[in-house]
Design a protein around this ligand. Structure first.
Ligand code: PAF
Length: 282
């Protein structure tokens, strides 16, 4: 496995490959990332995993500085998972000048959910993903479904810019108790880690109610928020959305969408200082 830091060396190394596959990450890898790598491996003729903690997608009060940087352990894990190339540029390499050209996704995709609570987040994500695409020139890229809205935004960016890249979704990997794997789980204390599963349980409760025919979404959402709040969480949102566009479904369409795999329940909540997100397709 090659570890490459510069764009020029990456381009030279990838010259001659016809179908690079890319798994973009911010490092501090866990089994969920390695599952993306294993899924991506047979999809291309060379597998590149990028590791870059992207300042542009963090708000000033967020954890950019403390985000764990574990390059050596990440490279060991990637090698064992069958990765061919790690692209781990420095900030000066990827952003040699202030990145004033940016990709601004449309507000109908970003004024809601994560975009609402983390303004600018998707501009940062799209800008770095576009730049990684320009460096690696992948034919296929794999993204986790845990970041459901991110996956949708990237799919639409690729479609609107007519990029010749197939975007593949990878299912969320969960710990034995059901907690979605995330690098930010490392921030949880032992007590918080035991509690953390309540987010996915709240989403499961909502999903079960929808499958059983519930149509009063406002009530479902309020009950889920209240249940987590009572346990000491600070929820940003727990809500029912259409899978197709992440908009709230009209009451009249909820039952049909629930029966025809058209809904997703999504949640984001803070437990102590750690903000967790999760989702479940219904
Ligand atoms: O999902 C992530 O880890 C990041 O948002 C990504 C796609 C690597 C861009 O920095």
């Amino acid at each position: 496995m090659k570890i490459i830091q510069s764009v020029a060396a990456l381009r030279a190394h990838l010259d001659g490959f016809r179908r690079p596959a890319l798994v973009p990450t911010m490092g501090n890898l866990h089994e969920g990332h390695l599952a993306l790598v294993r899924q991506a491996k047979p999809l291309g003729d060379v597998l590149v995993a990028s590791i870059f903690v992207n300042r542009l997608q963090f708000l000033p009060h967020e954890d950019f500085d403390s985000y764990p940087r574990t390059l050596q352990a990440d490279c060991d894990a990637l090698q064992a998972a069958g990765c061919d190339v790690v692209f781990a540029p420095t900030e000066a390499e990827l952003y040699p000048q202030p990145q004033t050209f940016k990709i601004n996704p449309p507000s109908e995709l970003t004024d809601l959910l994560e975009g609402h609570f983390r303004p600018g987040f998707f501009t940062g994500v799209c800008t770095v993903v576009m730049k990684l695409f320009a460096c690696v020139q992948p034919r296929v890229a794999v993204f986790g479904q845990k970041d459901y809205q991110q996956l949708m935004v990237i799919r639409q960016m690729v479609q609107q810019f007519a990029l010749p890249i197939e975007i593949v979704a990878s299912p969320t990997l969960r710990a034995a108790d059901g907690l979605a794997l995330s690098s930010r789980n490392n921030y949880l204390s032992k007590k918080e880690r035991l509690e953390a599963v309540q987010l996915s349980q709240a989403l499961q409760t909502m999903a079960r109610a929808l499958q059983a025919g519930a149509t009063d979404m406002a009530r479902l959402e309020q009950e889920a928020m209240a249940a987590l709040t009572a346990r000491g969480w600070q929820p940003d949102y727990l809500c029912v959305r259409r899978r197709a566009d992440l908009q709230a479904p009209a009451a009249a369409e909820v039952a049909a969408l629930a029966q025809h795999a058209g809904l997703v329940v999504l949640g984001a909540a803070k437990l102590g200082k750690t903000r967790l997100i999760d989702n479940l397709e219904v």
